[in-house]
Structure formats: C-alpha cells, structure tokens
Ligand binder design. Structure first.
Ligand code: ATP
Length: 240
C-alpha cells in the first residue's frame, strides 16, 4: 500500500498542502479531484521526490518510508510519475522515448517484454515507433508519456491530469487504454479535473480544495456529492 499521512508542503510562505492523508491499495485506482491550484500536482511531486514536504509528513510504500528520497531513486521503488505537460522528448522517436523509461534496475532486464506490453496497450505507439514525438498529436504524446512510465515496471503509476487539453474523443481513447493498464495489476493514482471520466475508472477518490482534503468516498458516492459539483462549477452551480 502507498500511504500518505499528514503531508504538508510549503512554497516559501504559501502552504500548498495542509496535512493531506491519502492511501492507494495494491491494484487500486484512486482519483484526486480538485480545481486549478488545489495542490494536485504538488501532491504527486511530493510522492515522486520532486518536492520536499515538511517534517511531520509521512509517505510509505509497503510500510517503508520513501519520503525525502531523491527523485531519480523513486522509480526503483516501483513508483512512476507521468508529469503534467508530459515531459516527452520531442526530437526523439517514440521508441527512444520509451527506452529512456527503462532505466531503473528493476526494468532493465525486461526491456523487450515491457516495450511489447506498451505496444499491446497502445497499438498506435507500435505503429509509429519510429516517428519523432514532436510531430505527434497531444493525445499520442500523452500515450508516449504513459508508455515511458510503464517501461520502468511500476507497481504504482501517478498520473497528473492526463486528459488536460485533449479532445473528448481522445480522452475516451486514453482512458480505455488506462483501463488496460489497470488490468495488468498496476495501481493508479490519478489527479484530474475531469470528474466523470476519472470517476468511471476509479474505485475511490478524494476531493482536494486549497491544499486540504475536504471529501472522500467511493466513486459512486463522489459522483453524486454536491461538494464535488460545487468545487468545479463554483458560483454558477450555487446560483442555480
Ligand atoms: P493546476 O491544475 O493548476 O496545476 P494543482 O491542483 O496541480 O493545479 P499545484 O500546481 O499543486 O496545484 O499548486 C498548488 C498551489 O501552490 C498553487 O497556489 C500554486 O500557485 C502554488 N505553487 C505551485 N508550485 C509552486 C512553486 N514552485 N512556487 C510557488 N508556488 C507554487
């Protein structure tokens, strides 16, 4: 289990996360819903070793503390991050981008079978393995980013707003592929503003508002929770 307890994070005087507690079980898909600036990226960055939480915070994987671990060592524990904005290398091909993800020791021996798994989950990447990534669509680039993270043989995949900026039909395709990833037994921790699509794939979720968890429940509970509606629709929803 991935366990985040009382995680607080400051940027100077700004408290971006305030005692956030979240758990993700083996094979589970959990979504963190939150509007712009709620702290979703900060939460994933803290888990991935890209932000340094305060002293009281705790992050454990299988009971072992990973807090404060340098970002380049985190993938060795079985955690992979697909960052917001994807972070793919545009001047490299699909295949070259994927191979960069196979760097952790836990992944190197299985590079060929992992690559095949990625091509099975995202057939379009297989068809376009020699294409330069900058010439691909946003949805395809997101698939490359997810594929590269999968190359590290993760047990926990952290996804930062994978649907951002994509057309609804592409989002549908992307989430169908994520369902395939989930079926391989990988746990997913997804942060999203796309409420209905992400709740359709998740078992559980949390609502994050200005750095605090203000709600949690099963996907079915969150779907009908007025706090979730209000968090995204804001004043417009309240006025109706
Ligand atoms: P978005 O969807 O807009 O990316 P988010 O929910 O992912 O939002 P974060 O990016 O985690 O939110 O940001 C949380 C808060 O912390 C915001 O108020 C943001 O302005 C602030 N913040 C984020 N990164 C930094 C930074 N490096 N320095 C200072 N403040 C930051």
């Amino acid at each position: 289990m991935l366990e985040i307890r009382q995680l607080s994070l400051r940027y100077g005087r700004h408290l971006a996360l305030d005692e956030v507690s979240v758990t993700v079980g083996e094979g589970e898909t959990v979504v963190i819903l939150g509007a712009n600036g709620a702290g979703k990226s900060s939460l994933l960055k803290s888990i991935a070793g890209l932000a340094v939480p305060n002293g009281k915070s705790s992050i454990t994987l299988g009971g072992r503390s990973i807090i404060g671990m340098p970002a380049h060592l985190v993938p060795e524990t079985g955690i992979a991050l697909v960052p917001e904005g994807r972070g793919v290398f545009g001047d490299l091909t699909v295949e070259e981008n994927l191979l960069l993800g196979a760097n952790p020791r836990r992944a190197r021996a299985e590079e060929t079978s992992r690559r095949q798994l990625v091509f099975d989950l995202f057939p379009r990447l297989g068809e376009r393995r020699g294409q330069l990534v900058r010439t691909m669509s946003g949805g395809e680039q997101q698939m490359v980013a997810i594929g590269r993270a999968l190359m590290s043989n993760p047990r926990y995949l952290l996804l930062d707003e994978p649907s951002l900026g994509l057309a609804p039909i592409i989002v549908k395709e992307l989430f169908a592929a994520l369902r395939g990833v989930k079926e391989t037994g990988v746990s997913l921790l997804l942060v999203e503003q796309n409420v209905s699509t992400s709740l359709a794939i998740a078992e559980r979720g949390y609502l994050l508002e200005t750095g605090r968890i203000v709600g949690e429940g099963s996907a079915a509970e969150l779907r009908t929770d007025p706090a979730v509606q209000n968090a995204f629709l804001g004043a417009a929803a309240l006025n109706n």
